[in-house]
Write a new protein. Structure first.
Length: 188
């Protein structure tokens, strides 16, 4: 069983980004992203209706971090204030040394390699810091941009589940990707 401790919070840094814990002050930035229908298109979660919804989400994340149940980072550009996205291990199976990575980036900043930078740092922390055996990612089959990101980082498609879960009265498919620690080690 993995023994995890996210205190103190693990701040990560890339060439252009600081990945840090989200705070209540980040609620307005998170609201912009979590209330945008285009940005939430592939995230089967209720969109934020108010800034208070975003603040509640941040509090839920931070409560889970305090319990060492998940870890999620706010993405901030080094040269600009404000949160531009989030990335983290949104579900973990400590018994199996496995975690599921999830991420979102403000639509105006997509296609600039920022998710690639953030994911590289989060994978390094996951495999080397947390000692994960595998990292999974579950995406919508129509989310081609996310699929490209995962493939670039060496994730392998493991399954395409038809009508895998019910969301807003409709059964949706999901595509599961995985990276094993051995594959990560071979790439680095």
């Amino acid at each position: 069983m993995l023994e995890l401790n996210f205190t103190p919070f693990p701040v990560l840094e890339t060439e252009r980004l600081i990945l840090r814990q989200l705070t209540d002050d980040d609620a307005p930035d998170m609201f912009v992203m979590r209330s945008d229908k285009e940005m939430m298109k592939f995230i089967p979660r209720p969109p934020a209706v108010t800034v208070a919804d975003a603040a509640k989400l941040i509090q839920t994340m931070n409560d889970s971090i305090a319990k060492n149940e998940m870890v999620n980072w706010g993405m901030v550009q080094k040269d600009k204030p404000g949160v531009i996205g989030s990335i983290g291990y949104v579900r973990m199976s400590k018994a199996d040394h496995r975690a599921e990575v999830g991420y979102m980036l403000h639509k105006d900043l997509q296609g600039k390699g920022l998710i690639h930078e953030a994911l590289a740092a989060v994978l390094e922390y996951g495999f080397n810091g947390m000692k994960l055996h595998s990292v999974t990612a579950i995406i919508d089959p129509e989310n081609f941009a996310s699929e490209k990101v995962l493939q670039k980082h060496g994730f392998v498609k493991e399954a395409h589940f038809k009508e895998d879960f019910l969301w807003e009265g409709k059964f949706l498919d999901s595509v599961h990707y995985c990276m094993l620690e051995s594959a990560y080690a071979a790439r680095t």
